[in-house]
Ligand binder design. Structure first.
Ligand SMILES: [Zn+2]
Length: 344
């Protein structure tokens, strides 16, 4: 029996190594490692929301009053001063009156973004022994806004990354995180908040090739990654296997199609990349769409009709909003207890 258990454990470890047990580095884009997995969770209704079950990523929980709270803290007061303005703009992209509006019965959603403020409310504090620790006055599972290394002039110098959905697992550090590098556009941070809510990339749906023409070789860094992958005999997997793309530090992993399709394909989603994301200068500067990684078909049912550019979606789409309302609906507070106190 013991031998069997050992074998079973080994098998599980091997399985996990292929799936979700890798360290939790941030990928070089607006992705968390669960992006590379093709699992789905019945909790999540639309499009490209795939989760790694072992990480227990779920919807954000509700408080006793049934409100969905997404508490946000910054690593330090300095981070708060620097990043709060952009975060506020990004949150506004979601909660503006014309988009989600305020939570409640009129809008039908229950989402509350709540930011910890004040000098004493950094997520991370000195532990008194030369190290750092989580601030005990901050909820342990708050969304942590942290700063990543930005290399001026490099790809992704001004970008953001986030984990997807909510997790209470702490084995690999803090799991609910939004990382800012340099000075990203607040639309990019709003896209990250979509990940935080639980949304994945729309353009990674398994049926996307009907709607979009994708050319992996047009992504920046392709040639270098191809040469490196070739040395290990993996070049044929570079554009289709996200784990291989990550192995060779190729941002193509943010484009591989594997997520289940649910509902209509939404090219207007804030979770859909525009044509020029991670394109080369031939796409960005020459504005020639044939040189871009992704363009959309004018007619998904007749590809011969040609292609056109995919513009940046700078606000959540109608279907993004529907998804939020469906998964985080407004729930009224429970009625006051009608039980009599035994000790009036
Ligand atoms: Zn993203």
């Amino acid at each position: 029996m013991k031998v069997l258990l050992v074998i079973l454990e080994t098998a599980l470890v091997a399985l996990a190594a292929d799936d979700c047990s890798s360290p939790i580095p941030f990928d070089p884009n607006a992705l968390d490692p669960s992006d590379i997995f093709n699992s789905s969770d019945s909790l999540f209704g639309r499009a490209t929301d795939a989760f790694c079950p072992q990480w227990f990523r779920t919807l954000w929980p509700r408080h006793a009053n049934n409100a969905v709270m997404i508490p946000i803290c910054f690593d330090s007061f300095d981070h708060m001063n620097r990043f709060h303005p952009i975060l506020r703009l990004a949150v506004a992209k979601w909660v503006a009156p014309a988009i989600l509006g305020a939570p409640g019965p009129a809008t039908g959603h229950g989402i509350n973004f709540v930011t910890y403020g004040g000098e004493e409310k950094g997520c991370i504090i000195d532990d008194g022994a030369g190290g750092k620790m989580w601030n005990p006055t901050i909820w342990r599972f708050a969304l942590r806004i942290t700063e990543g290394q930005s290399v001026p002039g490099a790809d992704g110098a001004n970008t953001a990354e986030a984990t997807t959905g909510f997790s209470m697992q702490l084995d690999h550090g803090h799991y609910n995180t939004l990382q800012v590098k340099g000075y990203p556009d607040h639309v990019a941070v709003a896209h990250e908040l979509g990940h935080v809510l639980g949304l994945k990339h729309e353009h990674q749906r398994i049926d996307r090739d009907k709607y979009m023409k994708y050319d992996c070789t047009k992504i920046q860094g392709y040639d270098k990654a191809f040469e490196e992958a070739k040395k290990k005999g993996k070049e044929h997997l570079l554009c289709t296997d996200p784990a291989v793309a990550i192995e060779f530090k190729f941002i193509g992993h943010a484009f591989t199609s594997s997520f289940p399709k649910k509902g209509d394909y939404d090219i207007k989603s804030i979770m859909h990349y525009p044509s020029d994301y991670f394109g080369t200068p031939a796409c960005k500067e020459n504005a020639k769409i044939d040189n871009c990684p992704m363009v959309k078909y004018k007619d998904p049912n007749d590809h011969a009709a040609g292609t056109e550019v995919i513009l940046l979606n700078n606000i959540p789409s109608k279907l993004d909003i529907e998804w939020v309302k469906q998964h985080y609906p407004y729930v009224p507070p429970p009625p006051p207890s009608t039980q009599q106190s035994p000790h009036p």
